[in-house]
Design a protein around this ligand. Structure first.
Ligand SMILES: Nc1ncnc2c1ncn2[C@@H]1O[C@H](COP(=O)(O)OP(=O)(O)OP(=O)(O)O)[C@@H](O)[C@H]1O
Ligand SMILES: [Mg+2]
Length: 320
């Protein structure tokens, strides 16, 4: 049985390429063209698969791009649950300027969904014959989907005894927390927007995370802090990990990879502290690959070992 289901309401086909130099008017010949499945939950599913886990991905799919998305996910061995949608699935473009390594990221608007279509997504989750233990709800909501969509999903999750792991922003994030989730993974900017607080100091982060937990909005808050590492707060534990200093090739996808590492390790029975370390390792490993490329498992495992608490030899112990 696959314990993890990802839900991506605003998936995309990510087209990435590089060109010599980005300048206006001239035709820019591109090379290194890639087509990757994209969108928050889709990325999490791909990363879990890469780490060696299994996962189902539910998403609305429309038109030729919707078919292509399904096909690309099939190729990666990810079990798709596509929900038929009338509007064409969106595309996004990333172009790397080879002259200065700058990355230009263009996101097209999400494919709008009708009420019947987004409701069909909720109904499909509720009707799964093998309910998942974890539902990763990640990414933005496209036009037509109400802000309380993830709150509705949280209520469905409660009915089938699944745990919601949420990574979204703005009103969709706030509404979902009103319903209550198992875990929420904001970055610092999203956390500031949510709380309306400046959160300038480290102590403020911890207090604001504790407040969410005590208000019953999330059992676990995993706050990711970019080059400052991450913080995890639940009722019983407070964990803080500094960032691992690495040469950043591309910062795209660190957050999705972090969540993938965390959910996968929890799903295989790790405790929070180990899963959290693995999450930081996965997020960091995502920085080592170019463009929208996913983290490599061997980088993740190496970085994870670096974060393992060392057992210092006890010099005073008597020899027997
Ligand atoms: N510049 C960096 N140096 C070292 N580690 C980093 C850096 N950026 C991110 N990380 C690691 O990756 C984790 C997740 O990154 P981040 O906080 O940037 O997520 P995010 O803002 O959600 O990312 P995304 O842009 O993918 O949504 C961090 O907790 C940290 O461990
Ligand atoms: Mg993020």
């Amino acid at each position: 049985m696959t314990a993890i289901l990802t839900v991506t309401m605003n998936p995309s086909i990510d087209v990435s390429a590089s060109t010599e130099k980005v300048v206006p008017v001239r035709k820019l010949r591109c090379t290194n063209v890639r087509h990757d499945p994209g969108g928050g939950g889709v990325n999490v599913a791909r990363m879990i698969k890469r780490l060696g886990g299994d996962c189902r991905a539910l998403y609305p799919a429309g038109g030729a791009a919707g078919h292509r998305l399904r096909h690309l996910l099939d190729e990666e061995g990810i079990l798709s649950i596509p929900i038929q949608a009338a509007a064409e699935t969106r595309e996004s473009f990333t172009v790397v300027d080879q002259a200065n390594r700058d990355q230009y990221r263009f996101l097209l608007p999400g494919a709008p969904l009708s009420e019947a279509e987004w409701q069909a997504c909720l109904d499909r989750v509720a009707a799964l014959v093998e309910p998942p233990r974890y539902i990763v709800a990640s990414g933005s909501l496209p036009p037509g989907v109400p802000d309380d969509f993830f709150a509705r999903l949280a209520r469905v999750a409660a009915l089938i005894d699944a745990r919601i792991m949420l990574d979204t922003s703005g009103p969709a994030l706030a509404a979902a927390l009103e319903a209550g989730v198992h875990l929420v993974k904001p970055n610092l900017r999203e956390f500031r927007d949510l709380t309306g607080l400046p959160l300038d100091r480290e102590g403020d982060w911890e207090r604001a995370a504790e407040a969410l937990v005590h208000a019953g909005k999330a059992d676990i808050v995993a706050l990711t802090l970019g080059d400052q590492g991450a913080l995890l707060v639940s009722r019983d534990v407070h964990l803080r990990t500094r960032a691992i200093p690495v040469e950043v090739v591309s910062a795209v996808g660190a957050g999705d990879s972090f969540l993938a590492g965390l959910v996968w390790r929890l799903s295989v029975g790790d405790g929070l502290a180990d899963a959290f370390r693995y999450a930081v390792a996965t997020g960091t490993a995502a920085l080592l690959t170019p463009g929208t490329e996913l983290a490599r498992k061997r980088d993740t495992d190496r970085l994870y070992r670096q974060l393992m608490p060392h057992r210092t030899p006890d010099r005073n112990r008597k020899r027997i």
